[in-house]
Design a protein around this ligand. Structure first.
Ligand code: UDP
Length: 380
């Protein structure tokens, strides 16, 4: 296939990311598979990105991640400066067939404004957009600009302007799903896990309270705001409380963390993360928001760990109740489900991941969308 895609990862983190980094992880998973399918990839990112690509360029020397702690308009300013660099590059060359953009609203608006001679743009939505109806405003760019979601439920909740430009959704995937069927079964420990940013939407307070109520050990893994290790948070002192996730942790989660039945271990990465996830009886998602894509959900399945969750956001699309997990709309019922999770078969979870959530599946769907956009741009 002769197709050159400019993959715009934005100016924040390197690809793959050093630790946490949702969008950068998606790109790091997608790009090798696209290249295997013959797609040429030009990566617009930061200098420190190490992902093998056909060409890469950066506007900023290094990631600006600390800027995420700054006011939102400054964050947008950095994205905009990066996007201006991308636009300059697009004006100066004619070999880019399509832009696959991941830079929130700024990316879409900037690329849509480039005019009819610019390459078609596919913008992947990564967030729960119902909360940010004004973020995208009115879209322009005609048939040249399209968006895709990471789940059907995310798109259904998106502002109308985005739905009108949508070409459907592509579920997230994980490299862990590739050999999921052949991976030796992990010995299951006697604990549950919540893997994710500590945040009200992820509901660690609910999970910790219920785990204590039913007497099941629970491991909370993930950063609290910018703090990755319990000792770093402890050393940060009162100033750390300016961060809303830190306040949430201290006020709502920490009272249930007794270091015995309920533990917070900070961010886990690499093999440690996979072992912890694979060894859990179940992965818990006591959600209080509409989870848009759920990377940790598909990672859990790939490692043979059933999912117990509130039936919100993309969870009902990813989990089959009674086979790969247990879902409920009733927060209190989650406590009973925690106890029932050990009845589910880890192999069913692995099989599901190996069929639905491999990087190859994701890349094939994206190539289909690229073709669709190219055809409709050529016809228009
Ligand atoms: N993650 C991790 N270590 C942690 C907590 C989370 O590596 O301690 C990873 C997790 O495995 C997943 C990503 O961070 O790949 C979180 O993505 P998800 O879509 O689940 O949630 P988001 O934070 O994007 O809402």
């Amino acid at each position: 296939m002769s197709l050159t895609v400019l993959m715009n990862a934005g100016p924040w983190l390197s690809v793959p990311p050093p630790g946490y980094g949702g969008i950068e992880n998606v790109i790091a998973t997608l790009v090798p598979e696209l290249r295997r399918l013959g797609v040429r990839v030009v990566l617009a990112s930061v200098d420190s990105s190490t992902l093998p690509v056909d060409e890469k360029f950066s506007v900023f020397a290094d990631g600006q991640f600390p800027a995420l702690q700054r006011p939102y308009n400054q964050v947008c300013g950095i994205s905009q400066a990066h996007l201006n660099g991308v636009v300059r590059a697009l004006h100066s060359r004619d070999d880019i067939d399509l832009v696959h953009d991941h830079v929130e609203a700024v990316g879409l608006a900037t690329l849509a404004a480039m005019g009819p001679d610019a390459p078609p743009v596919l913008h992947t939505l990564h967030w729960d957009l119902a909360k940010h109806p004004a973020l995208y405003g009115n879209l322009d760019g005609g048939d040249r600009v399209r968006v895709n979601g990471v789940s059907a439920s995310q798109l259904a909740r998106a502002p109308r302007a985005l739905q009108e430009h949508s070409v459907g959704h592509v579920h997230l995937s994980t490299p862990l799903a590739v050999d999921a069927d052949r991976r030796p079964r992990a010995d299951k420990g006697d604990y549950l896990i919540i893997l994710g940013r500590i945040n009200p939407g992820k509901g660690q307070d609910v999970g910790a309270r219920l785990a204590r109520q039913v007497g099941v050990p629970l491991v909370l893994a993930g950063p609290v705001g910018p703090y990755h290790r319990p000792e770093d948070l402890a050393a940060a002192g009162d100033e750390a409380r300016q961060n809303p996730d830190v306040r949430f942790f201290y006020d709502e989660v920490a009272p249930h963390v007794d270091g015995d039945l309920v533990r917070w271990v900070g961010t886990v990465a690499g093999q440690e993360r996979d072992d912890l996830l694979a060894g859990a009886r179940a992965s818990l998602f006591p959600l209080r928001w509409e989870e848009p894509g759920g990377t940790a959900v598909v990672e859990s399945l790939a490692l043979g760990t059933p999912v117990v969750a509130t039936a919100r956001g993309c969870l009902p699309e990813l989990i089959e109740h009674g086979r790969t997990g247990l879902l409920t709309t009733d927060e209190e019922e989650l406590g009973d489900l925690l106890l029932a999770a050990s009845l589910l078969d880890p192999d069913e979870c692995r099989r599901e991941a190996a069929v639905r959530f491999t990087p190859a599946v994701m890349a094939e769907k994206y190539v289909g969308l690229y073709e669709l956009l190219r055809q409709s741009a050529a016809a228009g």
